[in-house]
Design a protein around this ligand. Structure first.
Ligand SMILES: [Zn+2]
Length: 95
């Protein structure tokens, strides 16, 4: 569809939704949009976007980190803690 089904405004470039009424141009656009959202949800870029869009960005960052941590496999966590411990052991004697 080339025009918004609600207000009839012509489509703006590759946008999925009409900027004026927040309505999808077609059902296909809705599917494509959701697919893009789904893919973006799992990327760093998507996380940054969500944090910036959130009103309470500090809380949003915390939520993102919690989600990332929850999705991290145990093996990765162990490696992560080992690295932290290693750095800690190296750095602490300096102070
Ligand atoms: Zn519209």
């Amino acid at each position: 569809m080339k025009n918004c089904p609600q207000c009839g405004q012509p489509r703006q470039g590759e946008a999925y939704k009409c900027p004026a009424c927040d309505v999808f141009y077609s059902q296909l656009d809705e599917i494509l949009f959701e697919e893009q959202e789904r893919l973006e949800r799992n990327t760093f870029k998507g996380a940054v976007k969500r944090i910036r869009a959130a009103e309470d960005s500090k809380q949003a960052l915390k939520n993102e980190l919690t989600t990332v941590w929850r999705n991290t496999p145990l093996k990765t966590k162990i490696v992560f803690w080992t690295v932290i411990a290693f750095v800690f052991v190296l750095v602490v004697p300096i102070f």
